[in-house]
Design a protein. Structure first.
Length: 145
C-alpha cells in the first residue's frame, strides 16, 4: 500500500515537545527503513516548514535552517518518495472543487488529494480525518490515535 504522510505526521515526528512525538517518529522511521511505502508532496514539505518554525503553532519551533535541512533531506531520500503535481493536476483539482463545492483554504487539501490520486497513492496518514473523508479514492488513517 502506498501511504501519503500528511503534514501533521511530520510535525509530531520532528517536534519533540509533542505528546505524539514518539508515535509519529516511529512512522517516519518505518518509512525510512522501507517498512512502509511512504510518500510526500512538495506542498506537505512547505506546510511542515511553515508549522514547525512557527512559535504560535509549536512549543519549541525549529530554526529555519534546521527545518529547511529536514525538508531537503526528506525530499531527496530514496525511501520516502516525493510525488509532484502533474499536467492533469489543475483539471483534477477544479473538477473535485466543483463536485464537492469546496471554497477557500479547502483547495489545499484538494491539491494534496489530487496529487495522491494521480500518483496512485492508496492511503493518507493524517490526524485530519474530516479534511480528507470526502475523497472516496483515498483510505484515511489516523495512526496517532
Amino acid at each position: 500500500m502506498k501511504i501519503l504522510l500528511d503534514t501533521n505526521i511530520l510535525v509530531h515526528a520532528f517536534n519533540m515537545a509533542s505528546p505524539k512525538h514518539q508515535k509519529a517518529k516511529r512512522i517516519v522511521k518505518r518509512a525510512l527503513q522501507s517498512k512502509i511505502k511512504a510518500y510526500l508532496t512538495p506542498q506537505i514539505l512547505y506546510e511542515f516548514f511553515s508549522v514547525i518554525t512557527n512559535p504560535r503553532q509549536v512549543e519549541q519551533p525549529l530554526s529555519s535552517v534546521e527545518a529547511a535541512r529536514i525538508c531537503e533531506d526528506l525530499q531527496i531520500c530514496h525511501q520516502i518518495k516525493t510525488i509532484s503535481p502533474g499536467n492533469g493536476t489543475v483539471s483534477l483539482v477544479f473538477s473535485l472543487v466543483k463536485q464537492h463545492g469546496f471554497t477557500g483554504a479547502k483547495i489545499f487539501d484538494c491539491i494534496i488529494a489530487a496529487v495522491a490520486k494521480e500518483s496512485e497513492v492508496d492511503c493518507i496518514y493524517t490526524e485530519n480525518i474530516s479534511d480528507f473523508k470526502v475523497f472516496g479514492f483515498l483510505k484515511i488513517v489516523n495512526p496517532l490515535k
